[in-house]
Design a binder for this molecule. Sequence first.
Ligand SMILES: [Zn+2]
Length: 202
Amino acid sequence: AEVFKLREPFVDVMNKVVAGEHRNMNMVIGHQVLRRMLEQEAERRGAPVVAFGFNADDLVASMVTWFTTGYRMGGIPVRELGSLRYVFPLYRITKKELTLYLELVAPGLNRQGAPGRFTTGSDERSLAYAVADHLYDLWPGIDYYLFNAFENVQRTLLPLVDDLCRVCGGRYVLQEGVANPAGLCDVCGFLHRQEALRADAV
Ligand SMILES: [Zn+2]
């Protein structure tokens, strides 16, 4: 609530979001909040690198979203944005492999509950995961080719242009041809339209 300058406690804002017509935003907001919390902690400790725990299937699902929207996406497994370096150390490991590995070496760490109401996303997101799972069924190991292909694509792209959100302080990638308000990330722009931000926030 403090970082995003919310009028109300975070849980109240999210309860309204998931109960309303914009409930598809809950994963986007959840991820942006987690990211900003990690970045704040990194800044507090003077750490220049943030490591995300995304698995191969998460990133393949991101690529499905990428090639069905055309939006720009930073590199995998390393992306530099602002003063931070983001790494994805688990990007070659699928959830299935991680689950099997933990089952054998540390079953105590393998407990995962049912998805909560904040962790199930929009239809589009579910579809991206469904397509990613289907790709794995059709072509086991397709992620090895996809990540290499994406690396090649990255080399031919123009440099990324980023901006700093004046509300949450997060860095985001500008999308060509999309009318983003200057200095406002998607999540804070959305929360602003929902009148969830404090009057002095924007
Ligand atoms: Zn923001």
